[in-house]
Design a protein around this ligand. Sequence first.
Ligand SMILES: [Zn+2]
Length: 319
Amino acid sequence: MATVDGVGGHSRKVEYFYDPDVGNYYYGSAHPMKPHRVRLTHHLLVNYGLYRQMNVFRPLKASKDELSRFHKDDYLDFLRLCTPDSEERYANQMERFNVGQDDCPIFSDLYEYCQIYAGGSLCAAARLNARKSDIVVNWSGGMHHAKKSEASGFCYVNDIVLAILELLKKHQRVLYLDIDIHHGDGVEEAFYHTNRVMTLSFHQYGDFFPGTGTVQDDGVKDGKGYALNFPLQDGLTDSTFRSVFRPVIDEVMNRFRPEAVVMCCGADSIAGDRLGCWNLTIKVGWHFHKKRTAQKVAHSSCRVCAHASIMRALYHERI
Ligand SMILES: [Zn+2]
């Protein structure tokens, strides 16, 4: 069994899902999103020997039925049928589904790519539901902008929403924690009406994509008070981030008491990112993981499903 030392000496089982084909999908030469980075991430883990601390699995591709738990059938059919060669025939639908422009282009085997990254998150959630793991990572996940019938911000299918829906089968309360520099709008919207999912997003705000996520946006009906937003300004440093993050996460864990946590760890908040404009270092993530969240999670027997947006994290680097 692959385990790592957790807080308080508890051994925690860590796993990750990786499909070697995911690096073959290509948004286009000028596009900042490069799934090839997921392959590089896996190779780094192998060559540093870190994979020995984790179980590594190849995910099953998400089926149409699984994707349609959140997404509309006509949108999924469009993603499956529209190809670079048939774009003209689908002009009307491309506009309707927000696909085909710079952010969300049509590229070869797009639907299969969605099946792979969504499959990783669904398989991760299933491992947690079956109590076979404590922490599961999907390097290729984290597509937090995708809506029910609309692509957005490089995201076509929302693997995070699908994973949370899966976790809700076995967990009464799920916390969604988003530390990507962009607001987690697609996930927030999906669970805006419910008190079983708390969405918590720390993001850049003010003339910045997607332009949502104010403090006043805090949910509706049963979900009132269960969507939390922390819009922040550019130039954020480790110490200022911690000063906001620490008290918030402490209160959230104490009051909401989630049974599972889903994290979107988009590292476009790290200094030097081509799209981001914060000055965080990787130490900030380590600090909060080691000292805060992991501690709380360990004490509450909570499980973690991390959608690492490692490819979103690394897309600023040129290869
Ligand atoms: Zn982002």
